[in-house]
Design a protein around this ligand. Sequence first.
Ligand SMILES: *Cc1c(COP(=O)(O)O)cnc(C)c1O
Length: 396
Amino acid sequence: MSLAQGRQHVAIPGPSVMPDRVIQAMMRPAPDIYSEEMDRMAPALVARLKEVARTRHQAVLYIANGHGAWEAALANTLSRGDEVLVLSTGRFAHGWAEIATRLGARPEILDFGNAEGIDAARVAERLRADRAGRLRAVLMVHTDTSSGLRSDVAAIRAAIDAAGHPALFMVDCIASLACDRFDMDAWGVDVMVAASQKGLMTPPGLGLVFFNDKAAEARKRADCVTYYWDWTPRSRPQITSQYFGGTPPTHLLFALEAALGMIAEEGLEAIWTRHATLARAIWAAAEHWGLGGPLRLNVADPALRAHSVTALWVGSDRATALRDWCAHRAGLTLGVALLGFGTPEWHRGFRVGHMGWMNAHMVLGALATIEAGLGAVGIDHREGGTSAAARVIAGA
Ligand SMILES: *Cc1c(COP(=O)(O)O)cnc(C)c1O
């Protein structure tokens, strides 16, 4: 029997749930792009974005998704033949490295697997061995959305400093910005990339790049950059269209303005605490389901788990059946097991997105639905995970 009629909950790790206020901000006719409103809006959005990233340096926007922001960050700082060190904790570092390759750079991937986390000592050791200083940049992903693993950004900065290495430090915060604590300037990040559709609760279509003076210096030598991706005019615009390399993405800007207003009203500290608490509720449910059985979280160490996305393995090939049951019978869409892409593992896991506009009843509803689905499709689990999550919420 289908019980799916009602408000759907798409709990995939991006695009995230859009707040009604964000949707309503877009319900208006096309504006005059030469209006005062547009002229006011662009610098105000940039200022707000810098607050969210905790930086006093530069922020630029591109009409692009996260892949565009990835390419912009690299194109503005690298030249053909440059070597870069990529720290991998899942699929996304490999995606960023592929873009570096296609730009003509030479990425070297230090692969830390999908569940264990980055060994900062190994990073320092690799950098110390680079006596000639050939590595131009160190790339890492704050939260890898495929594995649900969150890495310690400050620890990698410390490793770079311990090695006395001059490489630029670039961080992908696409799945963590406005979900997990991030402090660009305090943590010594030179370039950070983000996108609109995850913690920022805005439709896909805006790629964001934040960069400091050291990265701006690197831009002067970089030969990979082309007209559209050049961040220089975007960061020093004379007229509004220069923020966007052409026509502003008007309705995405209205949406982003509403979302950033909500973020400012709630406050970053409160947002981080909310995400951390809801994540703990999800972990409590999963750990309970897995007691004495095969179901488990991908990341065993709670200190390494993201607060915005959780990856689980069910211990059988029934995970696709579970996702189908939740979507078609109950109105809950779960994320695919991206780590298993192209392999039978695809059917052995799923992910829950819990980024952005997410509250206790949405998370408890999703968990109760998953628990019903585990029973309905015959996945071995211990009943009562939802109650374990409820205890976390009650105690928060
Ligand atoms: C979603 C995501 C990307 C890719 O973003 P797109 O908008 O799909 O191009 C890159 N990195 C991380 C960590 C992500 O979560």
